[in-house]
Design a binder for this molecule. Sequence first.
Ligand SMILES: [Fe+2]
Ligand SMILES: [Fe+2]
Length: 528
Amino acid sequence: MSDEARFLRPDVIIEPLVDRFYAWLHTVSPVQAAMNLAFVQVPLLESYLQSPQVHINASANPQMRGGLFVNVEGDRSGEVRDLLASIKHDRAEMLNFAAAIAEAEDLVRQSATGFDLTPLYPKLPPILSGLVEIAYDTSNQPAIRYIEPLAYESGVYTEDRQSVQLSLETGIERPFILSTPRLSSPDAVDLHIPFRHPGLEELVRSRVHGTTLSRLREMLSLRDDETAALSRLLAPEPDLAADRHIDGGARLRYFGHACLVLQTPEAAIITDPWVSSDASATDRFTYRDLPDHIDLALITHGHQDHIVLETLLALRGRIGKVVVPRSSRGSLADPSPALYLSHLGLPVTEVDDFSEVEFPGGKVIATPFLGEHADLDIRAKTTYCVRFAGRTVFVGADSSGIDPGLYRYMRNHVGQVDMAFLGMECAGAPLTWLYGALLTQPVTKKMSDSRTLSGSNAEQAAGIMTELGATEAYVYAMGEETWLVGHVMATSYNADSYQLKQVDQFMAWCADHGIKSDHLFGQHEWRW
Ligand SMILES: [Fe+2]
Ligand SMILES: [Fe+2]
């Protein structure tokens, strides 16, 4: 039995976890993970343990959606207590590292006043030794640079934190990833393996290529009960859509949120990969619909709804290269996506503004990304122009039209754009929602609320279209497919939502200007 071919079912969810919290760029990259653990996750668990009912009530209140509340029933609070105790014990080095960052940032703020910085080094907390440099910019503003590749080699980065939780899609929205740790469940299989484990790649590749239970058992060192549980996630036949490849022409498919799949018979590209596991649904594309091999996965930026580790890990062994934007190297706010993904076993290529990446029959040009990061100096963000099958597609993600002049330069450099995909989540979350753990000086609520993670509004989107000269506009990346993104973005819209009204206004502007437009939701397909 255990040597017969087996295929991973399309409705299997594999959640990557660190200390049982959902893994994303800021909870895995060592410097930022230490800060998030010390200043968000530990205080969150402590707050829950003081008054579980407050968290449970808030989690059930739609008005509080997206708030940091632990959604764990009171009768399981003992497990939360155990998790907190193990974090405090096992991750003491990370917690010390975070405290040292706070101390060092304070020291630099107080003592780096324009004079020689050499005397500051002996005053830094010893745990930072060898991992930082202090420097002024040309207006005498001091900053600490974290030598990020070495942070991965220090005791602050430990794969011991990593595990994956496997379960079957139920259609019920999962708990919010930024707030609720995943406890064990009789319906889920927990594998305490690092994300780069070859056995995990063997498992996910078996969606297409098949494997055997005995091979998985050996590679993953499974016990009998784990082997039995895993076997329920496997099927004797692959479950793949017959039309997942094309014979001629070109196809572009919208898979939901910011995920597009561009195909010709010779190549496939996916943007901000995020794919539904709900194989029974007929109103969306799922893992069944993906081509067997994807040449390039284009990542636009580090927000948790664009660099979705769950989907990237599910595609390990099927992606030629993951293309990621280069970070500013060592800033607290700007962890490197390339270091992150390469440590997790993914093949990575870094791009900067106007870098080019070729693929069979086409070319990707990385183009600048403006704003949408609460005015933090974050460089790990890019848009893309993809030239293939006679068309140029602009993948705009959440880049905003703060200054449409950029898009005039882009058009000069790249040439005619045919289809523009624009993110219009134009009333985004405030600064502290995603970056609170990384701020080493308090900000007022007023300040935080004034700095948001917002894409283009109607006027800005119109400015982009005018300057790009594109003939088709598609609004996407709005977080509207709650069945896909609810647990990650915690978005909630109604007919009166500012964002949706702005989309309508933009589409009316497009109609007035002879531009074909659509507001994408669920699934969509173009052929030429
Ligand atoms: Fe974003
Ligand atoms: Fe987004």
